[in-house]
Design a protein around this ligand. Structure first.
Ligand code: SF4
Ligand code: SF4
Length: 67
């Protein structure tokens, strides 16, 4: 089953991955990381296709994708 892991400490909450995911699998959460940013969360694992668009989009290389 496809899966992604978001490194919450690398994430700057830019929302690019949220916008780009075609399955709306990622949302910005309500918690703040060590850098002071609201970070992205993988909220719909069942909908993920492993397309890797999120990982290719993230400017901070915070997302790993497994297919
Ligand atoms: S791999 Fe594709 S479907 Fe899965 S979270 Fe990333 S952009 Fe969305
Ligand atoms: S694209 Fe990267 S830095 Fe931006 S919200 Fe997503 S995981 Fe965080």
């Amino acid at each position: 089953m496809p899966y992604i892991r978001i490194d919450s400490e690398r994430c700057k909450g830019c929302e690019l991955c949220v916008t780009m995911c075609p399955r709306q699998c990622i949302e910005i959460g309500k918690k703040i990381n060590g850098q002071g940013y609201y970070f992205a969360n993988f909220v719909k694992p069942d909908a993920c296709t492993g397309c890797a668009i999120c990982g290719e989009t993230c400017p901070d290389v915070a997302i790993e994708v497994w297919r």
